[in-house]
Design a protein around this ligand. Sequence first.
Ligand SMILES: NC(=O)c1ccc[n+]([C@@H]2O[C@H](COP(=O)([O-])OP(=O)(O)OC[C@H]3O[C@@H](n4cnc5c(N)ncnc54)[C@H](O)[C@@H]3O)[C@@H](O)[C@H]2O)c1
Length: 456
Amino acid sequence: MNKTILCIGAGYVGGPTMAVIADNCPDYKVIVVDINAERIAAWQSDTLPIYEPGLQEVVERARGKNLFFSTDVVAGIKEADIIFVSVNTPTKTFGAGAGKAANLQYWEKTARDIIEHAESDKIVIEKSTLPVRTAEAMHRILQSNTKGLNFDIISNPEFMAEGTAVDDLEKPGRVLIGAMEDESGQKALETVANIYRNWVPEEKIKKTNVWSSELTKLVSNAMLAQRISSVNSISALCEKTDANILEVSSAMGMDPRIGSKFLNASVGFGGSCFKKDILNLVYLCEFHGLPEVAAYWEQVVLMNDYQEERFVRNISNHMFNTVAGKKIAIFGFAFKADTGDTRESPAIHVSKLLLEERAVLAIHDPQALKYAKLDLADCEGDISYEVDPYKAAEGAHAIAILTEWKEFRDLDFEKLYASMEKPAFIFDGRNLLDHQKVFEIGFNVYPLGQKALSHL
Ligand SMILES: NC(=O)c1ccc[n+]([C@@H]2O[C@H](COP(=O)([O-])OP(=O)(O)OC[C@H]3O[C@@H](n4cnc5c(N)ncnc54)[C@H](O)[C@@H]3O)[C@@H](O)[C@H]2O)c1
């Protein structure tokens, strides 16, 4: 049977996820709606609102055929049988749980929109990341409708990573679908699984109860971030002991129980999800009377703050204890390579700390300059934004690498060095460069968790 899918929220998750579903499920009509008209217009144009490798092609294949973008939320709700909700769930900034708990106002608003405008039974799917047991509250709100309609609520969290979203969606490690254990819930689960069965092998479709599914998403992000914070904490110890974090990580990762992925030391993790989801987990643990568990996970976030601050302290210490009036070229502002997204990027915190020290910043990023400008709009100080990395480095005392864009490796470091003040420094916050090579050009090089290469 042909079905209509609606997705409420056309952001980093809703847009790519629905494009891949439409592309793989020609029998379904997929409508993506958002209250942000500018975003919808961009999804309808040749310049998509987000940068993801391969996304343009997927959207172009499906758009106008069985993939449609619209601001008409009401019409979408009336038409669709299956509704994914992929609105933002940021950290609450007010009231109880401020600074930790998830702000569910956007999610609840969509639930209320669905009740108001639905004219038939619906399956409502949590695509956003939500606190465990949200489905219960949402189900209660939806079932309070006075039209006699039945709503099933399914948890189907998204595990794709920005920068590799299309690949992750095409070949997911798993598709997690959590449902209520009654007959109606199990039937809804199969309906949702049938969408994915169009291109995802059966063994990758993991079915759980709804609470396990909600919690798995939070914990998966917490575990990933925990690995980064663990390695970053050891990078600090490496710098004190002449152990080398690259050697430690690769030797440690050879143990199959540990695994080699996510063991790169860096200036810190960013992105819209890790911090918010861990804090949400911390809040849930506190709420449920588990202070020891809460403190354990909170340390992951505190370690990340520490690593960003340590990076700035290192810059200042090595540049003769002052960066005031010195130009520092920031290479990379996105929170990771292959995305223009800067949400919670370590570059924001690092730049702000450097500005407090009165450094002069020249920021270069291949995709994220637009957002960098917005992120630092309220900051006082001398900041310029450069499309050309060579211009950013001209007259600078130091280059700080904050995003692992591959193209930074291919820059002409002789040319960069020639145009900079001397002594010239590189602080490699991603261990991206060939350190020996740039050292031989003349740079004083400070990698993370490795011995500095200094001419001084
Ligand atoms: N970004 C990621 O990599 C990622 C990965 C997995 C899960 N998630 C989760 O997915 C959810 C969405 O994240 P995102 O990065 O796509 O956020 P986003 O901010 O990019 O997109 C959310 C969209 O929802 C729209 N919206 C809000 N309220 C609405 C309403 N009432 N009606 C219609 N549209 C509305 C907003 O205008 C916005 O465009 C979050 O819960 C996030 O934690 C994100």
